[in-house]
Design a protein around this ligand. Structure first.
Ligand code: AMP
Ligand code: GLY
Length: 422
């Protein structure tokens, strides 16, 4: 069977890497892919939001299943597009429909959903320019710091956490005035929660669900979680503080009501749910929903899944996920992300990369890379994610950092403290 993966990050390379081991998969296409996915299958020069070109590629290459990596095409309705095209009727697509994708595409939609299905989350209210005075009033009732969230997708930059109420008011006015374009026409203001964050992944067919390994990611550029936010500088799975009793609470209080809500709202959700959670005391709360896998979390979650991922994904359309058992590797996976000098600010591209030989337990996933004149060169802020599996987190990190030292490109930067808080 031929499959197509949409996206070009470490997440998509990790998915391709896993899916190539399925005996049912004959050829993997990746659009647009990177230098790492090029070694596994065929990269197609198609952008992730170009639905017409994606359709053509599916038909031309006899693709039977499409896996959507990033949120943008999902929120723009790629699954609905596939359903609307008679020629694509037999093609399976992994991802939620446009309505369900609002769980990530609109913070207000997600908060209202959580409210309706009694899913624990921070107290909130949403505002537009019209009721900004009410927003100021609402803020007065909250304790500092103030959490302001642009309603729509803002490439991970739409959340501001501000200590001073006057400054928060000023920011709110700027957001509603278009600071993040259309994404901040509406702003959700919520209570600040103090705790430790983790990411939990679930696969669902709208009826059944499977909980995948959880992970912790490191979003800040600087060691000790300081400095600017990035797409993610590293990840660890499993997460030591997410023990069995905590995960039971996550399942009962968050996952089950989420799946119940998906059913009741008649959402067509055949894909991954990524729960951004925070543990406050011993209780889990949802910070956000994402309707896809995380990056770099995928690079530690996917290598821990045993068995055939293709079969699981293929079963979603038939709503037969319940017929499968999923087993996990008990070892710890860690990934360290190598970034370009200057990232998350401006950075240069086109630097030649050399990588030492990989081994069974050390995998170098590509993110912002491409092949140019037969050389692998940097092509983005996040360049590579070096994943290792080990009997302990320490052992795994040793392996990842050993490999990191054996990779070179001009301006290579990375965090030396992944897992420091676990
Ligand atoms: P989000 O895009 O909603 O995941 O928010 C980005 C980051 O802001 C999260 O990963 C948290 O670190 C932080 N954050 C968001 N909402 C809250 C909240 N209510 N309380 C504390 N931290 C928050
Ligand atoms: N690592 C966070 C994300 O993928 O959104």
């Amino acid at each position: 069977m031929n499959i197509l993966i949409i996206g070009s990050g470490g997440r998509e390379h990790a998915l391709a890497w896993k899916l190539q081991s399925s005996t049912k998969v004959s050829h993997i296409f990746i659009a647009p892919g990177n230098a790492g996915t090029k070694k596994i299958g065929t990269n197609l020069p198609i952008q992730v939001n170009d639905f017409d070109m994606i359709k053509l590629a599916v038909l031309e290459n006899n693709v039977k299943m499409v896996i959507v990596g990033p949120e943008d095409p999902l929120v723009k309705g790629i699954c609905d597009f596939f359903k609307s095209q008679p020629e694509l009727i037999d093609v399976r697509i992994v991802g939620p429909d446009k309505n369900a994708s609002q769980l990530e595409g609109s913070k207000e939609f997600a908060k209202n959903f959580m409210d309706k299905y009694h899913i624990p989350t921070a107290r909130y209210q949403s505002f537009t320019k019209k009721n900004i005075e009410e927003a100021y009033h609402f803020m007065k009732k909250l304790k500092a710091p103030y959490v302001l969230k642009a309603d729509g997708l803002a490439a991970g930059k739409g959340v501001l956490i501000i200590d001073d109420i006057e400054e928060a008011k000023k920011e709110l006015a700027e957001m509603l005035g278009g600071k993040f374009g259309d994404a901040s026409q509406k702003v959700v203001i919520e209570e600040f929660m103090k705790g430790i964050e983790l990411s939990v992944f679930v696969l669902t067919d709208s009826k059944n669900y499977k909980i995948l390994p959880e992970a912790k990611d490191y979003k800040r550029i600087g060691e000790g979680d300081t400095g600017l936010n990035t797409g993610g500088m590293g990840a660890v799975s499993p997460v030591s503080f997410a023990d069995a009793s905590f995960m039971k609470k996550v399942e009962e209080k968050i996952i089950k009501p989420t799946i119940e809500g998906i059913k009741k709202e008649n959402m067509d959700y055949k894909g991954f749910i990524f729960l951004g959670l925070i543990k406050v005391g011993d209780e889990p709360f949802v910070i956000e929903y994402n309707v896809r896998m995380g990056d770099p979390e995928t690079e530690v979650v996917i290598p821990r899944i045993k068995g055939d991922l293709f079969e699981l994904l293929w079963s979603l359309s038939d709503k037969k996920l319940n017929e499968f058992e999923v087993e996990f590797d008990k070892r710890t996976a860690t990934t360290v992300v190598l970034v370009s000098k200057g990232y998350p600010g401006s950075y240069e591209k086109g630097k030649e990369i050399t990588v030492a030989e990989e081994s069974e337990d050390i995998i170098v996933f590509h993110a912002g890379t491409k092949v140019s004149d037969n050389k692998i060169v940097t092509n983005g802020g996040r360049v590579l994610a070096v994943t290792s599996l080990g009997q302990s987190m320490q052992k795994s990190l040793e392996n990842s950092y050993y490999m990191v030292d054996n990779i070179s490109f001009e301006g290579k930067n990375f965090r030396k403290d992944i897992g420091f808080d676990l």
